[in-house]
Design a protein around this ligand. Structure first.
Ligand code: 3PG
Length: 308
């Protein structure tokens, strides 16, 4: 029997990405159902009853969603971070969860530079700013996005440092990155700290006052990862105590309005999370997601499973 695939995206993919997914489904003899731009989580719950596979972006796949399914075998998070999918519930329901690592890394990496330039050029207000060339860029975690940021940083003439206990020094050195043994040293050394941490129990609030207060005069934090990896009281304390502290984020903290109200020139927030919001990233991640689903059903391929 033909498999039914639901693409549920409250923040829809670019049209070209949906066209690609649709074509691949058709060729495989799978049925595609779209649930786009929904605002009520109940809409997702109502749509999953008879689907075999689900593709999502940052959409919350809660235990209620899994409870509402009858045939679901696989969820693919078209993207890197899968903190929006309740893995214990998926496993309990016998559902395989995958992500599509690396597929939108370049889009996020390019945005990191957009955010850094915005701060460096003082929001293009005409006030004299600074250049990125010769500055030290510290990558807090060196996964796919970190690798892509480093590649672009070379063109800007930045010196790149990274702290990531899960990545070998040899790999970093081979990429021309200086590995840093202690995270404190990264914050002490760099002019820009770019966060690339996944959201996990261990990373929530990791960028805290203890670390941020070690930053150099005029240094900036760029967050394109997840809002929760920064401790918000620490962030507010940094803004209040350090007139030189700069911060830009694609994943705005809950205290965003407090910051913009008082420290507008020292902060910048995108209107919506848009790191992966490019046609190219949507096409890459969307195609990878549907191919992984077909590979799973047709060949039992579980390469990118994250709930093993
Ligand atoms: C990811 O984890 O891949 C990014 O945060 C992208 O998230 P999005 O699909 O919601 O844009």
């Amino acid at each position: 029997m033909s498999k039914k695939v639901l693409v549920a995206t409250f923040k829809p993919f670019a049209k070209e990405a949906v066209e690609n997914i649709s074509k691949i489904c058709e060729e495989a003899g799978y049925e595609l159902v779209l649930l786009e731009s929904y605002t009520d989580p109940q809409d997702l719950i109502k749509s999953v009853a008879d689907v075999d596979a689900l593709i999502v972006r940052s959409d919350e796949v809660t235990p209620e969603v899994f409870d509402a399914t009858k045939n679901l075998k696989i969820v693919v998070r078209a993207g890197a971070g899968f903190d929006n999918v309740n893995l214990p519930s998926a496993t309990e329901h016998g559902v395989v969860v995958m992500n599509t690592p690396g597929q939108n890394a370049n889009a996020v990496a390019e945005l990191v530079f957009g955010l850094m330039l915005n701060l460096a050029r003082r929001h293009y207000t005409g006030k004299p700013g600074t250049e990125l060339r010769g500055k030290k860029l510290g990558l807090h975690a060196y996964g796919n996005v970190g690798v892509a940021v480093n590649a672009i940083a070379k063109g800007f003439g930045m010196e790149v440092y990274a702290f990531d206990p899960y990545i070998s020094k040899e790999k970093m050195e081979a990429d021309g990155v200086t590995p840093v043994d202690a995270v404190d040293a990264l914050y002490e050394t760099c002019d820009y700290i770019s966060l690339h941490l996944p959201k996990m129990k261990e990373t929530i609030g990791l960028a805290n006052y203890e670390l941020m207060s070690k930053m150099k005069k005029g240094a900036a934090i760029i967050n394109t990862a997840r809002e929760d990896v920064i401790d918000e009281p620490s962030l507010l304390k940094m803004f209040a105590e350090r007139e030189d502290f700069l911060f830009a984020a694609d994943v705005a903290p809950k205290c965003k309005d407090e910051i913009t109200g008082k420290y507008d020139l020292r902060s910048f927030f995108t209107k919506k999370k848009m790191g992966a919001q490019t046609a190219e990233a949507n096409i890459n991640a969307g195609i990878a997601a549907i191919k992984q689903i077909i590979g799973f059903f047709e060949k039992g391929d579980t390469t990118f499973q994250v709930n093993k």
